[in-house]
Design a protein around this ligand. Structure first.
Ligand code: GLC
Ligand code: GLC
Length: 645
């Protein structure tokens, strides 16, 4: 009987031979001498065992796995051989520096290509602006071919090898990647691998009964199975359809977690894994640096469960990751899991997703603005922030999606807060149904059956800029000061840096009116961008404030990495934390002046330099923080000995 490692070795040998069998003896000899082959073969030896192990854990002894792997690894070799020289060089550089994305120099932006720049050429033209802002990371929202009309903002992909013609061509996308790389900006695009659009050729072939695409999706003849699954799965867009299924023209039912035109892929079929891995390698070779792994929680279904965050979903992502390490080694994954915080972290690992959205921090920033109490945020930063080496958070104030209150009820209970009631309060607060609220958000998927609701709104509208709340600009700066300093990669939704308000024109567009997330996806407002250097305007004040914070972050290594230690200010309105034993952040989340007792600082030097105000702050006296003021103090923490002496 063979041991597992003997089995892997035999399979590896087999795969090697299979790849080379495509060539004549002479070609084979030549290939084996190339640097490309050496590199590929080394990586294959390192990562193939993982790949096989993960797929084994998902598929057991499904007989399709071996032929699938043979084909996949042949594709991986071709893909690596075709990878451009600059990308191969980058592969080597990043393998040697696996936490490059946690440098203090990293600052991210995200935009829709059409709404921000018209098309892909417009993105190239916007590079001087991206550099002015200080961006080193740019997430371009979905840009592949998608249905006309409704497409969930492009999250329904009809072809991963064609760009949406309104935005440009594949060649344009390659040019964008190259231009961004030359400008020192990494490019991030979505890998939408949980579902395709109903217009994807796989979907059409599967629905038509083409045996090649048999079981590519979950299509059921009647309601029997859908009814079983619907008992336990969550409704994501209940406004669009109750449950997780949509009916086809011929009466059958297809699994659609999101919208009726987004068909979930059936990963219990190993050929679906191979098909998507092929698309992934194609996208990687366009020059993408980071793939945003869309809707990771949903990729595996199992009857009787909520069909989210199942172990097989993790194994599949690790398998995709292993393919990437072999075929396009510098490409990293960013997880998009907007789920319970215990589940969010499970996707984060060097061999799974190296980066992850930080939805808890995002939600708690808004929570803290509403309650003026840092309790939940401080708790989250204490217990849920630090991550394994070579992984990191993407910290954001808001994104293109709604704000959901994904804190853990257990965490809230610790402060005597009832999670359900508190979410009701937050929803009322942010849609301005709570007296005294400064926010002007819009409800999203208000679900009377469950009491669930989420929030749409741009940063400016949610902090009260529209009705000229005197603290709105301070709040924008405060929120961004946290994402820029807390450890991880900060991500700014472009438009927020000039205070763009909600855009309610979506209500007049029949393809958008039932999805309030469009309220916070405004097109670039040229007038606001023109005011960005004029300090007499709101846009100017916001922009200059954020520019300063970005510049400070980028010039102090103390902001790099991801670890953070809480500094308890003994004041419920003030958040404190230190970074890398060199920066102390103090942030007042209320519109009242706050006094921190000198005793709080007894272990610190007598004074410290505040990077933001460029003033010396005495720490041997009480420290007074103005409403919403943030200090970034340069201090060496824990200098107990020095103090005693
Ligand atoms: C992700 C996207 C969201 C989209 C969904 C379906 O959650 O962020 O915008 O609706 O996936 O693709
Ligand atoms: C749900 C999903 C998340 C998606 C969002 C879109 O929260 O978990 O993936 O972004 O819906 O609204």
């Amino acid at each position: 009987m063979l041991t597992p490692s003997q089995q892997v070795n035999i399979t590896l040998e087999h795969i090697h031979n299979h790849i080379l069998a495509a060539y004549s003896a002479k070609e084979r000899a030549a290939i084996q001498k190339t640097e490309d082959w050496k590199q590929f073969s080394t990586r294959l030896h390192t990562y193939f065992p993982t790949l096989m192990w993960e797929l084994d854990s998902v598929y057991g002894n499904n007989e399709a796995v071996l032929p699938m792997l043979q084909q996949l690894m042949r594709m991986a070799w071709q893909s690596y051989a075709e990878r451009s020289a600059p990308l191969k060089q980058q592969d080597a550089e990043r393998e040697a520096n696996p936490d490059w994305f946690l440098s203090n120099k990293m600052v991210g932006g995200v935009c829709y290509v059409d709404l921000f720049a018209g098309n892909l050429r417009g993105i190239i033209d916007s590079i001087p602006y991206f550099k002015e802002l200080g961006l080193t990371y740019l997430h371009l929202m979905p840009l592949f071919k998608c249905p006309e009309g409704k497409s969930d903002g492009g999250y329904a992909v009809s072809s991963y090898r064609e760009v949406n013609p309104a935005l440009g061509t594949i060649e344009d996308l390659r040019d964008v990647a190259e231009a961004l790389r030359e400008a020192g900006i990494t490019m991030v695009v979505d890998f939408i691998f949980n579902h395709t659009s109903n217009e994807h050729e796989w979907a059409k072939a599967c629905a038509a009964g083409d045996p090649m695409y048999d079981n590519f999706y979950y299509i059921f003849p009647d309601r029997w199975m859908p009814d079983q699954y619907d008992r336990t799965v969550r409704e994501i867009f209940p406004d669009q359809h109750p449950g997780a299924f949509s009916q086809l023209w011929d009466g059958r039912w297809v699994w659609t977690t999101f919208n009726s035109f987004q068909w979930d892929l059936n990963y219990s079929n190993p050929w679906v894994f191979r098909a998507m891995a092929g698309e992934m390698m194609f996208i990687a070779n366009l020059g993408v640096d980071i793939l945003r792994m869309d809707a990771v929680a949903f990729i595996w279904k199992q009857l009787g469960t909520d069909c989210e965050n199942l172990p097989q979903a993790h194994a599949l992502i690790r398998a995709f990751n292993a393919v990437m390490r072999i075929a396009a080694p510098s490409v990293l994954f960013k997880s998009e899991a907007i789920v319970h915080p215990d589940k969010v972290v499970q996707y984060i690992a060097p061999n799974e997703c190296q980066l992850s959205y930080n939805p808890l921090q995002m939600a708690l920033l808004w929570n803290t603005l509403a309650t003026r109490d840092v309790n939940l945020l401080q708790q989250a930063l204490t217990f849920r922030h630090n991550l394994p080496a070579n992984t990191g958070w993407v910290n954001y104030v808001r994104c293109h999606d709604d704000i959901g209150w994904t804190f853990a009820d257990e965490d809230a209970a610790h402060f005597g807060i009832n999670g359900f009631n508190h979410r009701q309060f937050l929803n009322r607060f942010y849609v301005n149904r709570f007296e005294g609220s400064f926010a002007r958000g819009v409800p999203f998927q208000d679900n009377p059956n469950t009491g669930d609701c989420r929030i749409s709104g741009t940063c400016a509208s949610l902090v009260g800029l529209e009705q000229d709340d005197p603290y709105a600009i301070d709040r924008i700066r405060l929120l961004h000061s946290i994402i820029l300093s807390a450890g991880g990669l900060p991500l700014i939704y472009l438009g927020d840096e000039v205070g763009t308000p909600n855009d309610m024109s979506y209500l007049e567009d029949e393809n958008k009116q039932d999805d309030s997330r469009w309220a916070h996806r405004p097109a670039r407002d040229c007038a606001l961008y023109e005011q960005r250097n004029d300090p007499s305007t709101h846009a100017g004040q916001i922009y200059q404030g954020l520019r300063q914070l970005i510049e400070l972050r980028q010039s102090h290594e103390g902001f790099g990495g991801s670890d953070l230690s809480i500094f308890d200010c003994k004041n419920p309105h003030v958040l404190g934390y230190s970074r890398n034993n060199s920066i102390l952040v103090l942030a007042n989340f209320s519109e009242q002046e706050q006094i921190l007792s000198a005793l709080t600082f007894s272990l610190l030097p007598e004074q410290a330099h505040d990077l933001i105000s460029n003033q010396t702050i005495r720490l041997d006296q009480d420290v007074v923080l103005q409403p919403y003021q943030v200090l970034w103090l340069e201090v060496v923490i824990d200098q107990t000995a020095e103090k005693a002496a």
